[in-house]
Design a protein around this ligand. Structure first.
Ligand code: AMP
Length: 361
């Protein structure tokens, strides 16, 4: 079976690494000449709106999926005429726009930060008057890794904030004084079969994920699964869907959803019976889903800007290196390490061992 993937970054690369043993082959559509997934399949180098290449992709593959959500809606609509596309155009339409996304979560009774639509500086002033400060202004679309957002702490921060984010549609969110950030990786098959990985505790720096630690028997697991199930059913979702939550007052507030495999699920490659990548492919191709059970204690550390010397990373016991083959550049995710250890004390020691290899800017 040949899978078409929109986007050819590391997520596409890891999808191909998971699908190849299942007999799948891959074609990636990505305008970047150096798309790192290209090493694992055919590379159609074209813009996401290039209908000739989209048509070529549709003709060549059995189905199409995505490795990022900022794909133009027209691209999805065009492809859907010729080939099955999972997740659906509707799921992408909602997940790529923070206003649609938060409105759906609210409608489903899932707690979120307070939020308001902001289409002008006047809207922003009104939203700040009602939500209060501190607050976070975010572009509705195209934001990632903390880009396209600004924390507003005092009145002066508000004055030019709409223009500073490019005078594009935004939402304002109340600032959540969270005690932790967790994510849930969910997967739903074409037949509605659904499963969830253990909640992951995430640490960000400057808006970029640095460390994910998979939990054991997290007290909020059932609540997170309940919230996620509501979204999966509502969207009749097929594939992996990631949920990011803030932990606050012993409960959860949803931050965002991502309609794709997710950075906080990379630990599952070595840390779970069946990885998020394999399970996404199983889901979209209609195969039975694999077990999401955790094998030992697991964590993932991102390498941002550069990968430390390979020989040093792999010298850490229980450590698995994933080098994405991308050019090193400040702020760019270029690799990660997964640790899978027999117990939590060992995991904590090995996290420290990998962290000492990471150069901070
Ligand atoms: P996002 O791109 O929306 O996931 O935001 C990136 C990071 O910014 C999150 O992981 C949080 O650490 C922080 N953040 C985003 N929204 C809020 C909020 N409403 N309140 C507090 N922190 C936030």
């Amino acid at each position: 079976m040949k899978i078409g993937v929109i986007g050819g970054g590391q997520l596409g690369r890891m999808l191909a690494l998971a699908g190849t043993p299942l007999g799948m082959t891959f074609a990636f559509l990505d305008p970047a000449p150096d798309a790192c997934a290209a090493a694992l399949g055919e590379h159609l180098r074209a813009d996401y709106g290039d209908q000739d290449h989209l048509r070529q992709l549709a003709d060549e593959v059995d189905l199409v999926t995505f490795e990022f959500e900022s794909v133009p809606a027209e691209t999805v609509a065009f492809l859907s005429q010729f080939v099955p596309v999972f997740p659906s155009a509707e799921a992408l339409r909602i997940a790529r726009d923070r206003w649609f996304e938060k409105s759906m979560l609210k409608e489903l009774g899932i707690p979120t930060p307070e939020f308001a639509d902001v289409l002008s500086q006047d809207d922003l002033n009104a939203a700040v008057a009602s939500i209060g400060l501190p607050a976070v202004l975010k572009t509705r679309t195209l934001g990632y890794d903390g880009k396209g957002q600004k924390v507003l702490r005092k009145a002066e921060d508000v004055t030019d904030a709409f223009a500073e984010l490019g005078s594009v549609p935004c939402i304002l969110e109340g600032f959540v004084p969270f005690t932790g950030e967790v994510s849930l990786i969910a997967v739903r098959g074409r037949d509605g079969q659904t499963c969830f990985y253990p909640l992951v505790h995430n640490t960000h720096e400057a808006g970029i994920l640095r460390l994910s630690v998979a939990s054991s028997n997290h007290p909020l697991q059932a609540l997170a699964e309940d919230y996620a199930s509501r979204v999966l059913s509502k969207l009749n979702y097929v594939g992996v869907l990631a949920f990011e939550f803030f932990e606050i007052d012993g409960g959860l507030k949803a931050n965002e959803i991502a309609p794709r495999v997710h950075n906080s699920g990379h630990w599952t490659i070595e840390g779970a019976e069946c990885s998020q990548f394999e399970n996404h492919l199983r889901a979209v191709t209609g195969l039975p889903l694999g077990s999401t059970a955790k094998l030992g204690e697991s964590a993932m550390l991102n390498f941002i800007g550069e990968v430390p010397p390979v020989e040093k990373v792999i010298a850490v016991q229980d450590c698995h290196l994933h080098h994405y083959g991308k050019a090193f550049k400040a702020g760019r995710k270029v690799g990660h390490a997964t640790l899978r250890c027999p117990d939590r004390a060992t995991l904590d020691r090995q996290i420290t061992a990998v962290e000492t290899l990471i150069q901070r800017d």
